[in-house]
Every structure is written in C-alpha cells, then in structure tokens.
Write a protein that binds this ligand. Structure first.
Ligand code: GTP
Ligand code: MG
Ligand code: ZN
Length: 306
C-alpha cells in the first residue's frame, strides 16, 4: 500500500466524501475502523483533516481522521445524544442575515452567537443586502452589536456602491480565517461568495415572491479553499437553530453584558424575566443593555427546556 496522503474533507454525500489532497479533489470512502471508532459523533465531517490512501480507480479511502480542534455541531433530532458535527476545524461562525427579503430575524443572530460560544468559535455577523436601504432601526441594531465588540459587517453582494457597504472588510476577514457561512435561506450566502470568488460559480436563486423566503438553493455543506490558505464553507439555509446543552438558568452566561450584573438582583435565583428589582431589567430600562438583546434573551429563554 502506498504512503497515506494528508487531505481535508471538502464535501460529504452519504457514505462518500470529497477530499482535497495533493492539489486534487478525490472521491473517498471511509475505512470501517474509522466509521465505528466513535459512537457519539459524526466520524467524518467537512473540514476534517484526514489521511487517505489511493485505490486503483483514482479514488481513495479515508484511513484516519486527525484530532479536531473545534466542531460546530447540533443534536440529531432522531438520535438523541448523538452529536452531529456540521463542520470541523473552523475558527469562525459567520451568521449571514439580510436587511429585508427575507425579513431580518434578530433572534437567529443571538442563537448563532450562542452556538459559536458553545463550539469555541468566533461569532461574526454579516448583514447583507445593504443596497435595499439601512433605516434608523437597523442602524441602532448594528450599533448595539458593535458596542458589545462583535464583529459585524454590512454588505451588499450585488451593488458595490451601496451606502455603508463593507464587502472589502468582510473579504479581508475571510481570507485570514477558516469560516462557515450560515443563516436563513435566501439571505445571500452563496451570492456573497460568488461576488468575492467568481470562479466558484455557486448556484443562487431568487427568493419566492409570494412568501419573501429563500428557496433552499444550496443543498450541501461545502468547503472552498481560499487562495491565501484559509477556507470558507457555504451551507444550506436553515429554518431554526435549536440550541442544546444549555439549561434555562445558564442562558445568562451567554449574554456577557448581563452576566456582569449577576448578584445584583433582589433574588439570588433570578431568571431576569419577571422578577421585581432585577438588575438586568433595570439596565434594560436605563438603556445600558440593549432592548433587542434582552428581547432575544426572553425569547430564547422561553424556548429552552427546563
Ligand atoms: N438586493 C440584494 N439581493 C441579493 C444580495 N445578495 C443576494 N441577493 C439575492 O438574494 C437571492 C438569494 O441569494 P442566495 O445567494 O441564493 O442565498 P443563500 O443565502 O445562498 O440561500 P440558500 O442557499 O437557499 O441558503 C438571490 O436572488 C440573490 O441575487 C444583496 O446584497 N442585495
Ligand atoms: Mg446558498
Ligand atoms: Zn435578575
């Protein structure tokens, strides 16, 4: 058997994976021992560094998955307790939202920020479709997140001259990182990548006129190498991002601006939802904590299991 090659998984489809190794994309199967080594997590995911051997028909076999230094995962609904790894070895989780068409859902931004913290990833927010106009409400929202030191880029994938467009800054960020783009369908994830890397030629489609929603055009998670050594992963639009591994009472620890007030509420056990003399509610009414963030906190709090 020839010496194994080092590669990186760029795409998965059922039991087959595409691995980029030696400057080529090689279709690979997984060696049985790799498949059954782990019971609690996906054995091979996009972004994994692997060792492969080549077979006669120019295909390959994944012999080994090297240790992951980060994972973005979610719980498989049908198999409780099994961690489904969406991507491995990334450093940034970029949530893409659009100003409108589809309508902006701020709650999803916070859910992604929390998911990033869970996976030890840097959360980045991209607000796309700047060409559709940035009104005062949106400006205030951007300000709120920037105050909290989140990276926040306003972009237009189709009109470089739009007011406030930061596509170049976003590009600079991408080049230096290993990121995944995620968000609702139709917000322009693939269009942004096409704008920055026209050679990718990713499939994009208009949102539905009736519902103003995306059409779930991207169907696979796929990794693209960037000329400077980083990579970016495009992913299919999601409807909701369920959070797991978080208990209701721990949610506040993912809101750092609220966490710093803990201990100042009247009740030692305060959920910061309805209690009198709550330091968090006071900070919201005084304006030192963003109303938008607090509303998201309440919404997510309600959605979590006890
Ligand atoms: N006005 C405007 N339209 C945009 C912009 N970016 C993307 N679009 C349009 O939005 C529609 C959806 O874009 P896609 O790139 O397919 O969206 P996506 O986020 O990849 O969607 P999924 O693959 O379904 O998750 C297309 O018609 C794009 O032309 C933008 O900056 N401004
Ligand atoms: Mg897409
Ligand atoms: Zn409180």
């Amino acid at each position: 058997m020839s010496e194994p090659l080092d590669g990186i998984v760029t795409r998965g489809h059922g039991n087959r994976f595409t691995v980029f190794a030696n400057g080529e994309y090689i279709s690979c199967q997984i060696r049985g021992k790799v498949k059954f080594n782990t019971e609690e997590t996906t054995p091979v995911a996009v972004g994994d560094n692997v060792k492969i051997t080549l077979t006669d028909n120019n295909e390959g076999v994944i012999e080994e998955v090297l240790p992951r230094y980060s994972v973005l995962s979610r719980q498989k609904v049908a198999q409780e307790g099994i961690e489904h790894v969406l991507a491995a070895n990334i450093d940034s989780l970029i949530v893409v939202a659009s100003i409108k068409k589809p309508a902006l859902k701020v709650g999803l931004i916070d859910r992604f920020i929390i998911a990033a913290q869970l996976g030890n990833l840097t959360p980045v927010i991209v607000l796309n479709k700047a060409d559709l106009g940035i009104d005062d409400e949106i400006k205030a929202l951007i300000e709120d997140y920037r105050k909290l030191n989140y990276k926040f880029f306003v972009t237009s994938a189709i009109d470089d001259s739009s007011d406030g467009n930061e596509i170049d800054k976003f590009h600079d960020y991408l080049i230096k990182h290993r990121s995944i783009l995620a968000g609702h369908s139709g917000v322009g994830k693939s269009t942004l990548l096409n704008r920055l890397y026209p050679g990718l030629n990713l499939k994009v489609a208009d949102i539905s006129k009736g519902t103003n929603r995306g059409r779930h055009t991207t169907s696979h998670i796929e990794l693209f190498h960037l000329p400077d050594g980083g990579f970016v992963i495009d992913s299919p639009g999601i409807k909701v991002l369920g959070l797991w591994h978080i208990e209701k009472e721990d949610l506040v620890y993912y809101y750092h601006e609220m966490e710093s007030l803990l201990g100042q509420c009247r009740f030692a056990v305060c959920t910061h939802t309805h209690e009198p003399d709550c330091a968090v509610k006071k900070a919201v009414s005084e304006g030192s904590i963003s109303k938008i963030r607090y509303q998201n906190y309440l919404q997510i709090y309600e959605s979590l299991d006890v």
